[in-house]
Design a protein around this ligand. Sequence first.
Ligand SMILES: Cc1cc2nc3c(=O)[nH]c(=O)nc-3n(C[C@H](O)[C@H](O)[C@H](O)COP(=O)(O)O)c2cc1C
Length: 229
Amino acid sequence: MTDMELTEAIRTRHAVRKYTDKPLEAEKIESLVKAIDNANAESGLHIQLALNEPKAFSSGILKYGAISGVKNYFVMAGKKGRDVEEKVGYYGERLVLLAQTLGLNTCWVGLTFKEIQDAFTLAEGEEVHCVIALGYGVDGGKQHPVRPIEKFVEADAPLPDWFKSGMEAALLAPTAMNQQKFKFLYHGDGKVTAEPTSSLTGKSYLYYDLGIVKCHFEIGAGKDHFVWA
Ligand SMILES: Cc1cc2nc3c(=O)[nH]c(=O)nc-3n(C[C@H](O)[C@H](O)[C@H](O)COP(=O)(O)O)c2cc1C
């Protein structure tokens, strides 16, 4: 994927909750599987692709949540912990953007799905963090309201253009319930920090969201312009 393709994918991606019956083409499955293998090797996550498995989002006449017609999804499995959660967000969103460049639609799902035991395997100490619905949407979804970047930034130095582009990309990212509870700090000298803006108790989506927005920021800003401090 080129940076241009990824930037375009960031602009066109929206959460899609209704899917058609159209199956995924073999060559698209192949690129997704290759990307999953690379992501797992790099991150230590245990991401898997469930194909032709309709039960996670429905059982008979029952539907789980507002999501329908899903037969394919990424299973975002891995060990526990905040650092793992951030990786789930980061590597999951890379897959979301790859899917978008392939003409597929997605939706991150934290709650409204059922774990179907024969659709994935877990090693000792692993859990399913989230799934990401995947397929051909009935439509492409719609843009969430875009908020001004100033609300999400603290800076010790004037903001360079690459930082602003990074923020624009971050604000287009999916977050759980569109909560966007993050801020980016610019320290000057190409040093950037990103962190959640609310404190945590128990199960939370803040670190998945953080990984997701950091993925977008890197693409928008260009990785050569900065380092995570
Ligand atoms: C970690 C995470 C969990 C999510 N869980 C759900 C979910 O359980 N059900 C759902 O319908 N949408 C879920 N979403 C989708 C968000 O509601 C959606 O991304 C957000 O409203 C922003 O809209 P957009 O993706 O179209 O930009 C989740 C998103 C993230 C990042």
